[in-house]
Structure formats: structure tokens, C-alpha cells
Ligand binder design. Structure first.
Ligand SMILES: Cc1cc2nc3c(=O)[nH]c(=O)nc-3n(C[C@H](O)[C@H](O)[C@H](O)COP(=O)(O)OP(=O)(O)OC[C@H]3O[C@@H](n4cnc5c(N)ncnc54)[C@H](O)[C@@H]3O)c2cc1C
Length: 244
């Protein structure tokens, strides 16, 4: 309707979430493993008044994994019962291109501006929303609102977090080729004192995953594990290593 050519997102996660009664929960919990959430992770997040959010964001469909996760939480005594209707919606993880048109600027989820690693899109929605507002202000002030005039919007968001999206996207591609065992080996190495404490140190930022991914890849111990991942992972490792 906006005249933007690439009108559909072909790369997306599907978010599932319900509220549950959970009286004894004090901390957020994250669950990994292909038997829990294929190519993703699941979460249990305490809210106020004995409630919690239970969710996951797998690729395409959860194929019964959400029900399995809820049953597991119940049998582990983490939650008592489900307290809301399940919500489900898509999270696009590939940027729309172009993200502008005649009198149109697209930001946030609508433009696929979401962390490909986790599916978190609130931060980039804010960033791209602000850049879109500045571009709209300039365009309206000067009376120049054609697609060509609005080209700078995409240039500007790419300058701020374009590389983050690329690195995140290549990291996800690699992650999706790995078995649970391979991910486990990488995580054990990453969490060791030699890598996380001594090498990465304070350089971990909640909203900026690219820097920590690229720094980690340069560590000899991580490179050694990456070298053992086999031929199906090798092209994705190479692509990630050379992400610009
Ligand atoms: C289950 C789940 C959990 C998530 N958890 C996290 C998380 O923990 N952290 C994180 O960063 N991200 C998370 N996300 C992703 C996050 O929700 C989105 O990336 C973020 O909300 C995108 O913001 P947005 O403003 O671009 O879009 P939205 O939040 O979708 O806002 C778009 C708004 O536009 C309105 N709208 C739509 N059409 C029209 C219309 N025609 N006219 C007027 N209004 C309209 C909609 O009603 C909506 O209010 C999660 C997503 C899911 C599915």
C-alpha cells in the first residue's frame, strides 16, 4: 500500500507468550536446547503480584514446544497455572529494503529492524523511530518528501546499527547450523575466565551484540572450538569472521 517493493518479510521468528501464576519466582530464567525451543530460547520472567511471563520465539512454528515448555514449568513447580490467553505474533529479522518510499519512512518491526540474535526489537524501534522523526522533520521543513529525498533515512540508520544487524544475522545463521552439543562447547569456552572475564571483561552491552560477538571470535580458544564445528558450519563461520 505504501508503494514499497519488498512488501513481505521472509525471515522471521514467531513469538509466543502467556501469563502464568507463579508465586515463588524472583529472577528471570532463560531456557536453551533444541528440545525446548528449536533455534531459539524460552523465557520465564517474574511480574508483580505472583504473575510471570512464559514465552519463546522459535523459527516459524513452535510445533508443540510451547505446550511442552509450560508442562515442564508446571512439573518443576515454577508455575501453577496459565492465567491469560496465549498471544502469538511474528518478529521480522531481516531489514526491509528500501525502508523508505514517496512520503513514507518505515521504522521498527515494520522495517525488520530487530536484533536477529534474540528477536529483541524495542531498542532498534526507538533508534530507528528517532532517526525517522529527524528525517521527517527535515523533509517536511524543506518540502522535499519523495523517495529520493528520503534516501538519507536508510543511510542514517545503517550508519548507527547496520553492522550490528549484519553481524547478528550471520551469528544467527551459524547458530542455526549448530547442534546443542556444539553450542554447549562454545558456551563453556566463552564463559571461561580466560575469555569472558579476562578478554571480554566489561565489553558486554545488552543492546549491542555485534562488538562482543566479533571480539569473541578473535580469541584463540574460541577459534579452536570453531575449527572443530565441521563442514556444515565452516561457511557460516567464515562469513561471520568477515562481517563488515
Ligand atoms: C512474545 C514476544 C516477546 C518479545 N519480547 C521482547 C523483549 O523482551 N525485548 C525486546 O526488545 N523485544 C521483544 N519483542 C519484540 C518487540 O515486541 C518488537 O520488536 C517491538 O515491539 C517493535 O516495536 P514497534 O514499535 O516497531 O512495533 P509494535 O510494538 O508492533 O507497534 C506497532 C503499533 O502500531 C499499531 N498499528 C498497526 N497498524 C496500525 C494502523 N494501521 N494504524 C494505526 N496503528 C497501527 C499497532 O497496534 C501497534 O501498537 C518481543 C516480541 C514478541 C512477539
Amino acid at each position: 500500500m505504501a508503494g514499497i517493493k519488498a512488501g513481505k518479510h521472509d525471515e522471521y521468528l514467531v513469538g509466543y507468550q502467556v501469563e502464568a501464576d507463579a508465586t515463588d519466582l524472583s529472577e528471570t530464567e532463560v531456557y536453551l536446547g533444541s528440545d525446548t525451543a528449536q533455534n531459539s530460547f524460552a523465557w520465564l520472567v517474574p511480574l508483580s503480584e505472583g504473575r510471570a511471563l512464559v514465552g519463546m520465539a522459535p523459527r516459524r512454528r513452535a510445533n508443540g514446544q510451547m505446550e511442552g515448555f509450560i508442562e515442564r514449568l508446571k512439573s518443576d513447580g515454577k508455575i501453577d497455572s496459565i492465567a491469560s490467553r496465549p498471544q502469538t505474533w511474528g518478529i521480522p529479522i531481516r531489514p526491509l529494503s528500501p525502508s523508505y518510499g514517496d512520503r513514507v519512512l518505515v521504522a521498527g518491526d515494520a522495517a525488520g529492524l530487530v536484533k536477529p540474535t534474540t528477536g529483541g526489537g524495542i531498542y532498534y524501534a526507538f533508534l530507528s523511530g528517532r532517526i525517522a522523526a529527524e528525517s521527517a522533520h527535515n523533509a517536511i521543513s524543506s518540502g522535499k518528501c519523495t523517495a529520493n529525498d528520503l534516501r538519507g533515512y536508510e543511510r542514517n540508520w545503517k550508519a548507527v546499527f547496520g553492522r550490528e544487524l549484519r553481524v547478528g544475522s550471520y551469528a544467527r545463521m551459524l547458530f542455526e547450523t549448530l547442534t546443542d552439543d556444539q553450542i554447549e562447547r562454545l558456551m563453556i569456552e566463552f564463559l571461561s575466565d580466560g575469555v569472558l572475564d579476562d578478554y571480554i571483561g566489561e565489553d558486554v552491552a545488552f543492546d549491542w551484540h555485534g562488538r562482543v560477538i566479533m571480539t569473541t571470535l578473535r580469541h584463540t580458544n574460541i577459534r579452536r572450538v570453531l575449527g572443530t564445528l565441521g563442514p556444515s558450519a565452516a561457511p557460516f563461520v567464515a562469513r561471520l569472521m568477515h562481517a563488515r
